[in-house]
Design a protein around this ligand. Structure first.
Ligand code: SF4
Length: 244
């Protein structure tokens, strides 16, 4: 485990991973550090966060033939992936402990390393502080001014926590950024949050959420690129994902 006191945020960069499905991402630890998790867990077995694919020790929501849940080891639980997530969280926290500007510069240095034209924040975990959201918005604005033109998708459940709403709305005004509120429970309609972009749903029953579009990944189609799909970077469409 990395010791955050040994990390110099002035020198470090967040680790960019490449997920098989959506491409480059900066992830963090999933679980109690996710501010929106509590609202989802209130829904019990209907809560998406109760079956978080990225939380260590959790189970897949898929039922076996007897109706019980079966565990599904994922790459998110491997020590190297967990170490990256913990490192990213520690580095953001260390930067925030110095200043909002330090966190902005950390994001700028890190996002400059993204290759390709799309980027997804948080394939695991979520935004965890209001200042972090502000720093991210400033970083992307400043990068845009330098000609950085990567489209950014920010899925989040922090919309359930009042103090996040103003900075999320500001982030949603940054060119090329889609801030998408994620549904709390399976098969729920995509959340509609004033000032944010179209929401997303997780479905156990295909079509149950009423979302505009379905994620086409599944079976032989393993990635957004293979599907030729960029719906999640298009802020106007609500999208449903089949349960992981
Ligand atoms: S809806 Fe499209 S862009 Fe979004 S995850 Fe699925 S394939 Fe990728």
């Amino acid at each position: 485990m990395l010791n955050e006191t040994e990390i110099d945020p002035l020198a470090g960069c967040l680790r960019i991973s490449k997920t098989a499905k959506t491409g480059p991402t900066i992830g963090g630890p999933a679980g109690p550090s996710c501010p929106g998790m509590r609202a989802s867990l209130k829904l019990g077995a209907e809560g998406v966060c109760a079956f978080c694919y990225a939380a260590s020790g959790k189970m897949s929501g898929k039922a076996d033939k007897a109706g019980g849940l079966r565990s599904k080891p994922t790459r998110y639980r491997t020590p190297p992936v967990q170490a990256i997530r913990d490192y990213n969280m520690a580095l953001v926290k260390a930067a925030l402990a110095i200043s909002e500007r330090c966190c902005t510069d950390l994001y700028k240095r890190s996002l400059r390393q993204v290759r390709g034209d799309v980027f997804r924040l948080n394939d695991s975990g979520d935004l965890h502080s209001v200042v972090q959201v502000r720093a991210l918005a400033t970083a992307i604005r400043e990068l845009r001014a330098e000609g950085w033109n990567v489209r950014v998708w920010v899925p989040t459940r922090t919309w359930t926590v009042d103090r996040f709403l103003a900075p999320l709305r500001d982030l949603a005004t940054v060119e090329g950024v889609s801030v998408r509120p994620s549904a709390l429970g399976f098969d729920q309609a995509p959340p509609v949050v004033a000032g944010l972009h179209a929401g997303t749903s997780a479905e156990r029953v295909k079509g149950a959420s009423g979302a505009d579009a379905q994620c086409p990944v599944g079976g032989a189609v393993k990635s957004c690129a293979a599907a030729g799909c960029d719906q999640c970077w298009r802020p106007e469409l609500t999208v449903a994902y089949h349960e992981h």
